[in-house]
Design a protein. Structure first.
Length: 271
């Protein structure tokens, strides 16, 4: 694979924690994954398999035991503005308005821009997520879905090389979840972002992703299988669901998760 197709590369990525006897136990071991520029790859697997561990290592928020991460030709070491994270909880500052919450990161990433230019950046991305009329609202005045929209605007306004999505819809009702899937996909398409999505939702993974990475159970979790989604983007949800290949792809993901569940429940399972 050529270098241009290795925009994000995780190679033999391992994270181990000491047990009560002081022995290092790998949660994730020899995890290999490659993302092309502009691609969205989702990670699915059972709770505790290490999905968020992988994401926090890529974000630079969690140290690496061994292996490496290369983004756009540069090895990742520690957090940086080239990677933005949207967490399950929006984590907004209560005493700041929606605009001020977004501007906090914009001020750091665009120190040489004028006040007017930074305001325009914040206004643009808040409008892009549907909050153009809510710039001066505080988090307490916004619904959960609207707060998450602020979190999305805050992450994308930094123009990161990589957008990391850690179950960003996990606390939302189903209708809001579907709306925000579209919001993020539209932003990713507009900004040509490369993205890594953590989700437990098989249908969400299929609809949003270019590829789905299925993780084995932990400890020693690794890539179990990869599924490429052949349907071009942007996708119409109804057409996608009604496509003749959809249920075959869905069955493949569900079958893998079911097999991992059986391994987890087996009394003498070796993982």
């Amino acid at each position: 694979m050529s270098a241009k197709n290795r925009y994000l590369e995780l190679f033999k990525l391992t994270k181990a924690y000491p047990n009560r006897f002081g022995e290092e136990v790998p949660v994730v071991k020899d995890f290999d994954l490659i993302l092309k520029r502009g691609e969205l790859v989702s990670l699915i697997g059972h709770s505790g398999c290490g999905k968020s561990t992988v994401l926090t290592m890529v974000a630079g928020l969690n140290s690496i035991t061994s292996g490496g991460i290369v983004l756009d030709g540069h090895e990742v070491s520690g957090p940086g503005p080239d990677r933005s994270v949207v967490f399950q909880a929006p984590c907004l500052l209560d005493w700041m308005t929606a605009l001020q919450n977004v501007k906090l990161g914009v001020d750091r990433c665009y120190p040489h821009a004028s006040h007017s230019e930074r305001f325009q950046i914040c206004e643009y991305y808040l409008s892009a997520v549907g909050l153009g009329d809510y710039l001066d609202k505080y988090p307490r005045e916004l619904s959960g879905g609207m707060q998450q929209r602020v979190g999305i605007a805050r992450a994308v306004a930094l123009k990161p090389k990589l957008l990391l999505l850690d179950e960003p819809f996990g606390r939302l009702d189903s209708l809001t979840r579907l709306e925000l899937q579209e919001v993020i996909l539209n932003l990713i398409e507009r900004e040509k972002l490369t993205s890594l999505l953590i989700t437990h939702d098989v249908d969400e993974a299929l609809f949003m992703s270019d590829q789905v990475c299925m993780m084995t159970n932990g400890p020693n979790a690794k890539v179990g299988s990869m599924v490429k989604i052949p349907h071009p983007k942007p996708r119409d949800r109804q057409e996608f669901i009604n496509d003749k290949d959809y249920f075959g792809l869905r069955a493949k993901l569900v079958r893998f998760l079911s097999e991992q569940e059986k391994l987890k429940l087996a009394p003498n399972a070796v993982i």
